[in-house]
Structure formats: C-alpha cells, structure tokens
Design a protein around this ligand. Structure first.
Ligand SMILES: Nc1ncnc2c1ncn2[C@@H]1O[C@H](COP(=O)(O)OP(=O)(O)OP(=O)(O)O)[C@@H](O)[C@H]1O
Length: 234
C-alpha cells in the first residue's frame, strides 16, 4: 500500500533522513520506533508532503505521490493524527470532527461520524464540549477521530500515547487494533516501544535518520539490541 524507497529528506542544508526504505502493506499495523530526534516525525511528515522528500520515492498504491501537494495526498486516502494532537481548542468535539471531513457532504459526514462514535463512545457523550476542556486522553481520541473523518485507507499516528496515563494508553492501543480490524491500515510512530511492538505486525527501528532494523513485531521484541536500547531490558 505504502512504499518509501531510498527517501532522503532535508531541512534546509541538513539531511534528516538518509535513504530510508519502509513498506506498509494493506491491513497491517506497522510500528516505527526510535530515539528522540531519530527522524520519526520527519518520516511521517514526508509521507504527508511537508516537507517533501528531496530524493527517493514515496509510493502510495503504486503511484509516486512525492510530487503532489499534501491536500491531494489526503484525498487519495492518507490521514495523520499528528504529534501533539493539534486539535482546535476553541471548537467543540463535533466541530473538530467536521473539520476532518471538510470536503464531504452531509450524509457522508453523518456516516463517518457514526464510525468514529462507534470507536469512541466518549466523544459522542461529549460532542458539544470544547476541545481545550477535554482530558489528554479524550483529546487524543479526538485527534484520531478527526483523522478518521476523512475516511482514510492509511492512518498515520504520531506518538498517540505520549503523556497519557497507563489505563488510557491501553485503551488507545486497543482502539488502534480495532481501527485496523475495521479495514484501515495503520503506520504508528511510538516511544512506548513495548506496547507498540506488541500491537504491530511488523516494525522498523530508526536511528539517526536511517533504518537499522526491520522485522515482525514479535521478533523485534525478542531482539537483544531492541531490548537493550528501547525496552530497558538486559
Ligand atoms: N522544522 C525543522 N527544521 C530543522 N530541523 C528539523 C525540523 N524538524 C526536525 N528537525 C530535525 O530533524 C531531526 C529529526 O527530527 P524528528 O522530529 O523527525 O525526530 P523524532 O524521531 O520524531 O523525534 P521526537 O521523538 O523527539 O519527536 C532532528 O535532528 C531535528 O532537530
């Protein structure tokens, strides 16, 4: 579904990704782990097109999307729940969700809203509440729900459990599984390596802008280098 081949991304003269190749197949949950500053957010944003890859290919369903602008990539079926959630604090839950389906007609919005409320009953209960007044976990649910409102085939999640309490973290991982089971492919960036690899079909380890390991989630959990650097074991 998604294939990055030898992708290089720069911020000005500084190269943040040094020839990264990553694949996400339809129906998978793929996890990307890595230390602070490794380039995880840059990788997700390169898929979205801000910034664009300076060389290499970003293929979505076989087509190179690197030359098309971000909003057209979204129209092709990619959505992101960004780092830090970036919900609209002054808007209500309902209004935030509508912003995620900007180009859809009313009937379609209702259908998508039902899909989101089914996954997140809490959002339905609070649909008139302003974003800013929601708890961290609720805001994260709203950010994921808003991304789902564009009816993506590929959902990119950037650190969805950052700063949340353990119980909420478990809920979010449970919801990620449910999203995949309902037909949306997931590419997940996480610092919470243990849970993120548990939920993953496959995973990648990014270090200093390069992929250094790739394997099934189960094998990465057993890998000595991963256990030492990312799981606090050994
Ligand atoms: N807008 C920017 N301008 C210049 N350099 C940037 C910019 N955004 C990120 N970088 C640099 O690119 C590198 C990768 O950053 P990135 O945010 O992708 O890492 P990350 O793995 O997501 O880290 P974190 O887990 O801390 O979010 C870092 O060296 C960072 O300083």
């Amino acid at each position: 579904m998604l294939k990055l081949e030898q992708v290089h991304t720069h911020y000005g003269a500084v190269e943040a990704l040094h020839g990264v190749s990553v694949e996400v197949k339809e129906g998978e949950i793929v996890t990307l782990i890595g230390a602070n500053g490794a380039g995880k957010t840059t990788l997700l944003m390169t898929i979205c097109g801000t910034p664009r890859a300076t060389s290499g290919q970003v293929l979505f369903e076989g087509k190179d999307i690197n030359t098309i602008p971000t909003h057209l990539r979204m129209q092709q079926g990619i959505a992101i729940s960004p780092e830090g959630r970036r919900i609209f604090p002054e808007l209500t839950v309902y209004e935030n969700l509508r912003m995620g389906a900007f180009f859809a007609g009313n009937a379609e919005i209702e259908e998508r809203m039902e899909f989101v409320f089914n996954l997140f009953p809490r959002l339905k209960e609070r649909f008139e509440q302003r974003g800013a007044t929601m708890s961290g976990g609720e805001q994260q649910m709203l950010a994921i729900g808003r991304a789902l409102m564009s009816k993506p085939r590929l959902l990119l999640l950037d650190e969805p459990t950052l700063g949340l309490a353990p119980m909420i973290i478990n809920q979010i991982f449970d919801i990620i599984r449910q999203i995949r089971d309902r037909g949306v492919t997931v590419f997940l960036v996480e610092q919470n390596a243990h849970k993120a690899l548990q939920v993953a079909d496959r995973g990648y380890v990014l270090e200093n802008g390069s992929v250094v390991l790739e394997d099934t989630g189960a094998n990465l959990l057993k890998n000595d280098a991963v256990r030492k650097a990312y799981l606090g074991e050994l």
